[in-house]
Design a protein around this ligand. Sequence first.
Ligand SMILES: *[C@@H]1O[C@H](CO)[C@@H](O)[C@H](O)[C@H]1NC(C)=O
Ligand SMILES: *[C@@H]1O[C@H](CO)[C@@H](O)[C@H](O)[C@H]1NC(C)=O
Ligand SMILES: *[C@@H]1O[C@H](CO)[C@@H](O)[C@H](O)[C@H]1NC(C)=O
Ligand SMILES: *[C@@H]1O[C@H](CO)[C@@H](O)[C@H](O)[C@H]1NC(C)=O
Length: 423
Amino acid sequence: MKTPLPSSSSSSSVLRKARLSPYLFTLIAFIVFVAVLYGEDFMCLFGQLELGIDRPLRTEKKRGKLPFAIGKTEEGCDIFSGRWVRDELNRPFYEESECPYIQPQLTCQEHGRPDKDYQHWRWQPHGCSLPEFNATLMLETLRGKRMMFVGDSLNRGQYVSMICLLHRLIPEHAKSMETFNSDSLTIFTAKEYNATIEFYWAPFLLESNADNAIVHRISDRVVKKGSINKHGKHWKGVDIMVFNSYLWWMTGLKMKILKGSFDDEDKEIVEVSTEDAYRMAMRSMLRWARKNMNPKKTRVFFTSMSPTHGKSIDWGGEEGKNCYNETTLIEDPTYWGSDSRKGVMKVIGEVFSQSKFPITFLNITQLSSYRKDAHTSIYKKQWNPLTEEQLANPASYADCVHWCLPGLQDTWNELLFTKLFYP
Ligand SMILES: *[C@@H]1O[C@H](CO)[C@@H](O)[C@H](O)[C@H]1NC(C)=O
Ligand SMILES: *[C@@H]1O[C@H](CO)[C@@H](O)[C@H](O)[C@H]1NC(C)=O
Ligand SMILES: *[C@@H]1O[C@H](CO)[C@@H](O)[C@H](O)[C@H]1NC(C)=O
Ligand SMILES: *[C@@H]1O[C@H](CO)[C@@H](O)[C@H](O)[C@H]1NC(C)=O
């Protein structure tokens, strides 16, 4: 376990740098609140920004058949551009109580969520229809293979969703879930298939002082330059890789980058813009993929930023409210919210389009941004006992970052399924 570096007054310097409009104050209050209460993952929401990429990423250059492909998505159909339609019949794919692998931070029904509306939505692309998620096909494809999700707790949610989608096909005695490496690595094994589906905790992908999978509520975050192999050595031999990394970079306007080692007495730490730091990580990831993954046999995905719903005013709601008690979708197709995603989206666009390695972008940001109803809100296991003050104002402790399962993240996996088999 890494000892966090002595905390400089990073949050107060952020406060000083920013102009303190009441709007920004609410924002910071939200950030501090999420950071303090959940600590697990949070983002800060600086600035009203929008998507900076106007052309689709050129990441799946047509160079013959991609591994695992069995068909093609209709020419010209962007599966990420579409709308949500009610589906009482075929959604959800599984019941919360049928999937024992969902962590208590995501079991909303068990924690008292009164409605189930959020489970009954299907994503309908404008240009075509998604193929049906075929769990048998997915499992058969994984025979003798490893699939791995690497990233933060949002990627862990997608990982668990994938297991929930598949595990019913495997009898009780033939599956297991274990953790290794002080919980950094979780492995689900389908024994008769000799297949594993794994999750590796690396919120920055690179080595950082938030790498402890359990104790990582660190506000003064430091990422080590050029350190991807520290974690990457555990990813070798994977056949289907799904990366994400975003939330943890959003600590403010700057990121702290360590040049030497975390064990150095005099640590050389420089502050760079979040975008530069993020660019460094994306390049490292792609370099790692190029060196360690065979594009003729394996696939690499990157899941885009998961949006948050911490401020009702973003969608025309009341000031001071958030995703708490939200049960309907945002209907404005142009809705984007106020998360500061523009900068990192632009970085991804630049870095991925220059990539020689064919990485598939799962562009879930826009479609998820309509889903203010789908967060865990107050219906989850709490880290700390709630105070009377909090109980009197539930919105004050609502988690508007993570998502209930079953729910939105099952759709992310339908899209992953589509891109894997019908690129
Ligand atoms: C992601 O999808 C949205 C919705 O279709 C689209 O507006 C946006 O340009 C896409 N982003 C990228 C980087 O392809
Ligand atoms: C699902 O995949 C399996 C294995 O490839 C195949 O036999 C089956 O017909 C598929 N089911 C559907 C509904 O397409
Ligand atoms: C099981 O899968 C691994 C790859 O994950 C492979 O190296 C190994 O040879 C397989 N074993 C058998 C018995 O098929
Ligand atoms: C929740 O929303 C409903 C309307 O959708 C409203 O009637 C109710 O008062 C709200 N509850 C709280 C505690 O805000």
